[in-house]
Design a protein around this ligand. Structure first.
Ligand SMILES: [Fe+2]
Length: 248
């Protein structure tokens, strides 16, 4: 390592992480036109191709289901998936693709769960995000009920909930209840804020992370994913033995 690197880039790897070690992504917005992710089939193909080229071989894409903003249903998502599969086949991009959803935690999530309408993946994993601004209420009850029913809840990007940043106990309480954590790659590049990056690193440091996701919406995210490949914490996460992405 050069002296310059030692002095100024001690937290950066010299070579990017080989993403085929992760192999499967389980958080993205690749179905065009149904949320704030890809806007067209052409954009979806560009994003998938970019992920394929850095080593991903399987994608579980997760459009938002957020009643107030993105009123998606399993039917809408699965129809979109079929169209994307056809386009990927025609474009000769040999990636496996499935769909689930990124569920916003709100009243309607409890209703959907009770109605048996949840889209899950792998071992009945369900990806759940929280509001960015409002501390969740009664979250533990729903997570408990879901686990009793055989679901394995994954909390999407726990590092991004600023209202928890000053009290790490919030994270410990969730891990005590065996809730799985998924960190975003763009968090590791500092895309959202230095605080989000530090929390992502702290969660990895404390062996509290089981999944890593791209959360890719557009090519701006891909640029951040490329930067995150130089994170020593990403390497540490892959070497931790905790990462479940390759099992999907
Ligand atoms: Fe997302």
């Amino acid at each position: 390592m050069s002296l310059f690197n030692k002095l100024f880039h001690s937290n950066k790897l010299e070579q990017p992480v080989d993403m085929s070690m992760i192999s499967t992504d389980m958080h993205s917005h690749l179905i065009p036109g149904i949320d704030d992710g890809s806007k067209s089939i052409e954009e979806s193909l560009e994003l998938v191709k970019a992920l394929y080229n850095i080593g991903y071989r399987k994608l579980v894409t997760t459009p938002h289901i957020y009643t107030e903003i993105f009123k998606n249903t399993p039917d809408i998502i699965l129809q979109g998936l079929e169209k994307l599969k056809v386009a990927l086949h025609e474009a000769n991009i040999p990636v496996k693709i499935e769909a689930a959803a990124e569920y916003m935690y709100d009243d309607t999530l409890t209703k959907k769960f009770k109605a048996g309408e949840l889209l899950s993946f792998g071992k009945k994993y369900v990806l759940i995000e929280l509001s960015s601004f409002i501390t969740p209420v009664n979250l533990f009850q729903l997570l408990f009920d879901m686990k009793i029913d055989g679901y394995l809840p994954i909390l999407a990007h726990p590092e991004r909930y600023a209202y928890w940043h000053d009290d790490f106990e919030n994270y410990i309480n969730l891990k005590d209840r065996e809730i799985l954590f998924q960190v975003n790659l763009p968090s590791l590049s500092g895309y959202y804020s230095p605080q989000v990056r530090m929390m992502a690193e702290k969660l990895i440091e404390n062996n509290m992370v089981e999944f890593v996701g791209t959360d890719i919406h557009n090519m701006e995210y891909f640029e951040q994913i490329e930067k995150s490949r130089y994170s020593k914490y990403l390497e540490k996460l892959i070497n931790s033995g905790n990462l479940l992405n390759p099992t999907l």
